[in-house]
Ligand binder design. Sequence first.
Ligand code: AMP
Length: 979
Amino acid sequence: MDCKPSVLLLFLFSPVCQGHLTSHHSNEVNLLDSKASQGELGWISYPSHGWEEISGVDEHYTPIRTFQVCNVMEYSQNNWLRTNWIPRNSAQKIYVELKFTLRDCNSIPLVLGTCKETFNLYYMETEEDQGDQFWEHQFSKIDTIAADESFTQTDLGDRILKLNTEVREVGPVAQKGFYLAFQDVGACVALVTVRVYFKKCPFTVRNLATFPDTVPTDSQALVEVRGSCVNNSREAEPPRMYCSTEGEWLVPIGKCLCDVAHEPRGVTCQVCRPGFYKSSPGNLRCSKCPPHSHAHQEGSAHCSCEKNYFRSEADPSSMACTRPPSSPRNVISVINETSVILDWSWPADSGGRKDVTFNVVCKRCSAGQRKCEACRGAVRFLPRPAGLSNTTVTVADLLAHTNYTFEIEALNGVSALSSEPRQFATVTITTNQAAPSPVAVIRKDRTSRNSISLSWLEPERPNGIILDYEVKFYEKQEQETSYTILRAKGTNVTLNGLKPDTIYLLQIRARTAAGYGGSSRKFEFETSPDSFSISSENSQVVLVAISSAVAIILLSVVVYLLLGSRFCGYSKSKHPDEKRLPFVRLPGIRTYVDPHTYEDPTQAIHEFARELDASCIAIDKVVGAGEFGEVCSGRLKQPSKKETCVAIKTLKSGYTETQRRDFLSEASIMGQFDHPNIIRLEGVVTRNKPVMIVTEYMENGSLDCFLRRHDAQFTVIQLVGMLRGIASGMKYLSDMGYVHRDLAARNILVNSNLVCKVSDFGLSRVLEDDPEAAYTTRGGKIPIRWTAPEAIAYRKFTSASDAWSYGIVVWEVMSYGERPYWEMSNQDVIKAVDEGYRLPPPMDCPAALYQLMLDCWQKDRNNRPKFDQIVSLLDKLIRNPSSLKIIANAPSSPENMLLDRTGADIATFCSMGDWLESMHTLSCKDIFNGASYSSCNTLAKTSTEDFKQVGVTILGPQKKIVSSITALETHAKNGPVPV
Ligand code: AMP
């Protein structure tokens, strides 16, 4: 046996081989590892001289058990080695990894038998351990195993061991366990290790879902595995993954979200730390508590508000806690008879919210304010008393001469949550005298051929003791060119001397100490035809037989004679020979009625404007664009009237009800006016579409464009004539109690005879519509350059503020449509005007007109001229044209340009720098000082070019400076020139 070849010696492992014995993948589960056993493995070897078990050590000198066989010197070898029973566990497919060495047959001298270089691997499945029984024919062959590397004796001498590793798959396996068997047929082989394992997809956490250990199927199919959300998380979309046959997880789908108050950290969901919150499930981190809130505990879904701070139901958790607003400030009341406009400033502290609204409570207070009670009755708030988003409200229909207190409260989305006492701003007012409201109900009691008897109800709001009623009537056909006025002490009247079978229109208005109220709407009545002497609609009056007609007529005559002493009857007629009562126009105080005070706006429009039949209107072309739609020119042909040219304002389609009302409000206002210098309303079309307002046509369009088109083409008298017309229209408006608020050349229209008429009426829209109107800090929209300082500062719009605007219009007219204050910004204009600066006289402007402008621009509105004074002044100038010869570019102007009339004379400034300083134009002063324009003489010679050189290029200051220089020059030569 000396010559029996040796197979291997395990302790001869060389370092090159070490890598093959390292640990296995984590997705492999061992069913058998021969290396793990340090005692005898006890495998069955058959025949017994075949495979033999020997002990060795591995590379770490750990003892291991190996099997070897090397019967190459003998024939017909059939040596079996069978493992112990290996439970299958959950495996469906098993892997057998063999590490072995095999000796090269060529390297064995004197081989007698047939030396082999392979061995065979078998397996057999059983439901249970069969002990030592072994029947080779029951085994199934897995494969013949050949060595990739065999070794020679020389190799051994060189201490190089060639270890082979082979892996074979077996499956599907189904029974409870199995055996492996190694058949040697004459090789020289050593089984170093035998490892049997199966693969699994190991437990893992993906997208916050855990997936358990999963054994793949034997087939190629993937195993779908449902994951479970980690603690403190919930499924957003069912988590799933697939386990491949190789034990790898594939295609994660779905995910879990950390619960409220938990955030993802690594593969877990952890509670939010104190000071942090998370209000909804998700995988975002917890957020820091927003301002004025805190979370003292960990795991907070929301942060609690600090004391006196709140969160409304609609507030998101991420929003800061807020508090109720402070009270409104600076309440201003503007009383107009029995209505008051309340206006206030935004609260100093809005509580950190944007949803601030205002509520206004009206209280009626006794003198001394000791006893107040809630306002009862028909007090109206425009737009409403509560939930106001703007800082203004109009309260109408108050009682005349009564004390009221208004409490204005600011509220926001958390006011209801606070138990703190509420804060109000209060204002107390006393209403003025007021004219009565219009008579609303008129009844026809009796009609005859020549008379009509009427009665009516007292106005709903008499606002005082009614002194009498004015009854105005006229034949419908005559269109108000001839009418009669009667005055009645009571609430009935009989109109006598009428034409038979004729339609009459009639209006009634009541008068108190405060003047006339608004007129009723027009009522239509018809006298009886000749064939009837009496008709009656009132059941109280019974028709009698025709034979008694004479008696009735006689009675009428008596009534007429009796009433004659009660009524003053007057008639104005174009036909003096008609048998009418003599006409005397009563000195009635007509007042403008705000159409917005009508609950039903259509009532206002029908009261003040005539409904035109759309078929009477022919549209020719578009001449302009208004806020609500196109403005067209066209013709109006009414029955039995001459065709006239008209302007037609249309309301574009798709309007809202508010737009329709605002559009028509202009007609409701215009329809109340009747003056040659106010644009005349012909009527409206409201029953057809498009809705239209029809006015007289003004061939030359708006005044500003007209003047720019005709620069320097008119005589001064022509210009003054235009100004006179505008002033006369404004006088009429101010007499009516109407404040225009947007008087500017662009809102004056000019006809072919150069007659100027005031236009652009409306309420809210007046300023919305004007492209010049800019928002002030107080929220209203105001055409800054045309508006008086008090109207800008606190919306004190009066006829005196209209007078300021008129002054600007005079300036626009005299400068042929120049833009007031040129390119200065609105802010600079406000500042300059406030500091006393005024526009300089336009070129060649008569001093008297410039003086008129300066008077209109008095800071104290009481010092501004009234429109009747302006009309008289202009009339005087027109009558005496030489008064217009003195031109304002003279020295009087610079002094006037400074409101601060401290007596400083232009001549006292000895350098341009000093003068500019007095004008608050320091930046210019620096330039001038720097450029050594220091003496008056030098200054006087300064040309426009020179200004450009030193950097003064804005037209405004340049003009101002040039006109001041002219002033200096003239002053030096002549001394002051009187205005
Ligand atoms: P308004 O909406 O009133 O500002 O009108 C817009 C433009 O239409 C004006 O600037 C005028 O050019 C023109 N326009 C308005 N009314 C008339 C009118 N009665 N006659 C001629 N053109 C008018």
